[in-house]
Design a protein around this ligand. Structure first.
Ligand code: AHM
Ligand code: MG
Length: 320
């Protein structure tokens, strides 16, 4: 898809997903409709963020917009949001076959100083018929049919995978459309950046501490890595995806399960990483193999370039 063609032959996200879905004969267009409602939520949040609304209002507002957009799509049956303690079961007359897990506005402590924040989402599908139950969302991340995030930064960027690669779209404000700007994103096999909250170092376990030490003082003659940490997962993961390297939110003595939530933070980002050729590891296993027992469960996470994650896996394997 050549750059000059892009200017006149606009590949909107709707067109792109319609093309992808047409490869599946069983497709009924439901996914495309669901996605257009997610996109609407992202556009709303993008515009609200740009207006500089207050933090608290923006959290709550974003959640309300996403919940209403998803329910009104008529294509969802269960919603899990970081902002809501309980899962939302959509009333029967508005029910569809998708479950959406999402963090409507992640990194909200960054709002008031204008640092990038984002929305993260993952989508599961349920079989037709039968009452939806929580078990429909308490599924390993590898069962997701799609995952993505929207970053509200210097531009508004939506990155998504439906299980066949990763593609990035940028909101053209004059058109109000997300246009394909980053086709087929592949993460570099190895990177030069590590991204972690080093303020927690005194509470880290052995392998994490050893890994970060190696980033700073490599013992194999390679050059040391740069540290970049925004503290906004979407922005840190977006950079990792494009430039390569590793993002980690490990376990520590105070938070033995780390900080990030399995369903709507760890899984979607792990899904994207694998689809882009990288890896995602929990310190014990492949992240996407985890089976969550609770909707707001947390897990440590190490994700990024294939080779960089291999190194941390080796350090954990050596511990056993
Ligand atoms: P939030 O859901 O309360 O916004 O917290 C999640 C955020 C992530 O965006 C980010 O990766 C992490 O918290 C940063 O945490 P810390 O400030 O402990 O480094
Ligand atoms: Mg969050």
């Amino acid at each position: 898809y050549a750059a000059d063609a892009q200017r006149t032959d606009l590949m909107t996200i709707t067109r792109f997903v319609l093309n992808e879905q047409s490869k599946h004969p069983e497709s009924r267009g439901d996914f495309t409709i669901l996605l257009s409602h997610i996109v609407l939520g992202c556009k709303f949040v993008c515009s609200a963020v740009n207006k500089g609304e207050e933090q608290k209002k923006l959290d709550v507002l974003s959640n309300e917009v996403f919940v209403k957009a998803l329910v009104s799509s008529g294509r969802t049956c269960i919603l899990v949001s970081e902002e809501d303690e309980e899962a939302t079961f959509v009333e029967p007359s508005k029910r569809g076959r998708y479950c959406v897990v999402f963090d409507p506005l992640d990194g909200s402590s960054n709002i008031d100083c204008g640092v990038s924040i984002g929305t993260i989402f993952g989508i599961y599908s349920v079989k037709d018929g039968g009452e939806p139950t929580l078990d429909d969302v308490l599924q390993p991340g590898k069962n997701m049919v799609a995952a993505g995030y929207c970053m509200y930064g210097s531009s508004c960027t939506l990155v998504i995978s439906t299980g066949s690669g990763v593609n990035g779209f940028t909101l053209d404000p004059s058109l109000g459309e997300f246009i394909l700007t980053h086709p087929d994103i592949e993460i570099p096999k190895k990177g030069k950046i590590y991204s972690v909250n080093e303020g927690n170092a005194k509470n880290w376990d052995g392998p994490t501490a050893k890994y970060v030490e190696k980033c700073k003082f490599p013992i194999d003659g390679s050059s040391s890595k740069s540290l970049r940490y925004i503290g906004s997962m979407v922005a840190d993961v977006h950079r990792t995806l494009l430039y390569g390297g590793i993002f980690l939110y490990p376990a520590d003595k105070k938070s033995p399960n780390g900080k990030l939530r399995v369903l709507y933070e760890v899984f979607p980002m792990s899904f994207l990483m694998e689809q882009a050729g990288g890896q995602a590891f929990t310190g014990k296993q492949r992240a996407l193999d985890m089976v969550p027992k609770k909707i707001h469960e947390r897990s440590p996470i190490f994700l990024g370039s294939y080779d960089d994650v291999e190194e941390i896996k080796a350090l954990y394997a050596a511990e056993e």
